[in-house]
Design a binder for this molecule. Structure first.
Ligand code: NCD
Ligand code: ZN
Length: 349
């Protein structure tokens, strides 16, 4: 029998874009309502590249929280070719920075300051390995000769395997994995190599990009993949394997920057994040494994305590609004105008 309520340890989001300023203030409530903690991505303009910048950004996030929210932002540094091993030591010593994010130049939104060649940051990676500071990887090549659907697989072959051979103790998270190849790599890796999986990659295959016409709101990086890959992700997320944990990659963009001739990459899912994961787990009859994926494997990897609070989801479908406010514009969320099967039970209701 399928349950009508799920009660679970409060989950954490291990990969989230919150933006800054008014946009941050517009979106933070959705995440703070559902998650106790989130790893906040540093791809602002300019990027969050130093511990001082991360601490200032953390204060701006805290200042936007709704009254009474107990949400904790966990910060990351943006790895650039200028990042120094000294900054890594500072990050390790800080209370706020938990990891360093690698973007290949040109791979996605605000990746211009990213790394052109991993060989240029070997000294920093060596310091990270020594300090046990995790490297979060946007694992895609940007070589124009490589098909966009193969970017992740080729990254693993060309860059990740050599990186692992050179820095065998480096703690790594392959972020927002999208392929059976990534599942295979991470499944076979030691426990200090992990992966996050988004709700949208669990729920959508690449047909969603072209359903009845081109769908810019389903365009993200890494791009949606074919059904066989989606099936592999669902299997991995619901397997109980602690290499895999929740990371929404919720990435708000103003409507006009997506509905245009050259639209931005990113899906906004924070408004219904844990509810969408519940749908995905239910599709394969594995709601019983949602809590470990959403609330245990992440903190265990990051060596943080599991949350004490709990949340409840209830099988009450609701219709997602056509858009949410985003600073002075709007943002079209995943499932806009359509229904989500699970809803969050608000405190006191
Ligand atoms: C992200 C964004 O908009 O910041 N976009 C996306 O498609 N996921 C960046 C990223 O994580 O690639
Ligand atoms: Zn992201």
């Amino acid at each position: 029998m399928t349950p009508t309520r799920i009660d679970l340890t409060a989950p954490d989001d291990w990969h989230l874009h919150l933006r800054d300023g008014e946009a941050l203030a517009s979106v933070i409530g959705h995440t703070a309502e559902r998650f106790a903690r989130a790893i906040v991505m540093p791809n602002l303009k300019p990027p969050v590249a130093t511990v001082a910048q991360a601490e200032a950004y953390r204060q701006r996030i805290l200042a936007c929280l709704p009254p009474g929210a107990r949400f904790q932002p966990l910060m990351t540094l943006y790895l650039t070719e200028q990042t120094s091993p000294e900054e890594i030591a500072l990050a390790k010593a800080s209370d706020s920075v938990l990891a360093v994010k690698y973007y290949p130049t040109g791979a996605t939104t605000n990746s211009q300051s990213g790394v052109r060649d991993l060989a240029r940051v070997h000294a920093v990676l060596e310091a990270m390995e020594r300090h046990e500071l995790p490297l979060l990887l946007h694992g895609e090549v940007t070589d124009p000769d490589i098909d966009i659907f193969d970017r992740e697989r080729v990254f693993i072959e060309r860059h990740l395997l050599p990186l692992q051979a050179r820095f065998p103790a480096l703690r790594m998270v392959l972020e927002h994995i999208t392929t059976a190849d990534a599942v295979e790599f991470v499944t076979g890796a030691p426990a200090h190599v992990a992966a996050t999986i988004t709700a949208h990659h669990l729920l959508l295959n690449r047909n969603a990009l072209f359903e009845g016409g081109i769908r810019p709101h389903h365009y993200c990086a890494p791009i949606l993949k074919r059904q066989t890959h989606r099936a592999a992700l669902l299997q991995a997320a619901t397997s109980g394997d602690s290499h895999f944990f929740l990371g929404t990659d919720s990435a708000p963009h103003a409507r006009e920057t997506k509905e245009t001739a050259c639209g931005c990459a990113g899906l906004y899912t924070a408004h219904a994040a844990i509810e969408l994961y519940a749908e995905a787990f239910e599709q394969v009859g594995r709601l019983d494994r949602l809590e470990a994926f959403a609330s245990f494997h992440g903190p265990d990897f990051y060596r943080l305590p599991r949350n004490q609070e709990r949340i409840t989801l209830e099988r009450t479908p609701w219709v997602v609004p056509p858009s949410y406010r985003l600073a002075t514009s709007t943002c079209v969320p995943m499932r806009a105008g359509e229904s989500v099967a699970w809803s969050l039970v608000r405190q006191g209701s």
